[in-house]
Design a protein around this ligand. Sequence first.
Ligand code: NAD
Length: 304
Amino acid sequence: MDIRFDDRVAIVTGAGTGLGRSHALGLAARGAKVVVNDLGVSTDGQGRSSDAAEAVAEEIRAAGGEAFAHGADVASEAEVADMVAKTMDTWGRIDILVNNAGILRDKTFGKMTMDDFRKVVDVHLIGSANCTHVCWPIFRAQGYGRVVLTSSGSGLYGNFGQANYGAAKAAMMGLMNVLHLEGAREDIRVNCLAPTAATRMTESLMPPEALELLAPETITPGLLYLVSEDAPSRVIMSAGAGCFAQTRVYETDGILLQGDEITPENVAAQMDQMQNAINQQELTDAFSQTKKYARKAAEARGLS
Ligand code: NAD
């Protein structure tokens, strides 16, 4: 079955270049009306220009699609509110939000200023939360919403020199987990995309042969599925060069210590058993973890 977005309205942040541009073009090519958001900043978040967003919106219109550019800073509540109001005035609904805008301010943690830490968290985490928060009542009223939060291998696995970025990108997983639970009743589905692509963010990090394989267009089909009508929810899709994988969080079955046994020495002595992957589980929410521990402790005492 073809995945189409006819009559759907999408906002893609940071869509003037790189992955966001590819996502915006991909959505428009399959029928979506697209708000091409971009602040037009440098990779480290300096300056401001509407040129890139205007060019992508024009590219969509030239191909017969519908789009307008908007230069809201994703971290500004007032500017995002203006973008969302303009979208509602123009098309009357918002179905899809792709939180993609991002910057980098890499430095080892000891050399990083807290200003650089905050600025990166501000664009990625606060920016994504802000855009989603402004759209949330609209999704709820419609009984339909598709949200993607852009994470990164840096957040999921770590990357030297990216304490700010890694923390902000890991936070996408936490935001997704909660919004997935809170949005389910109104058919709001929330997923993470963790891409690895050749863009201006990464062009100096890899040789040209590798960059050629990692075009943003090899990732966008995964994003399109994540915002489609039949999208899953609470999936972390990792993608690059045509590879698509799911990143998951599991908890091991663990060990149980009781009474006087609960000592740091016993925890240390049983680390191997604690890490054993047999019977590991993907938990559905925080309370199911609490229940798991209470059940194990009660069973061991013959209380259940
Ligand atoms: P890019 O620099 O090409 O594009 C990012 C865009 O975001 C730029 O056009 C920029 O102007 C815009 N932007 C920055 N701050 C903004 C703000 N406050 N408000 C609105 N727009 C803003 O980078 P990219 O590689 O295409 O990255 C897109 C997303 O993917 C980012 O969230 C990035 O962290 C993430 N990501 C990229 C890679 C990769 O390999 N390229 C890997 C993991 C994650």
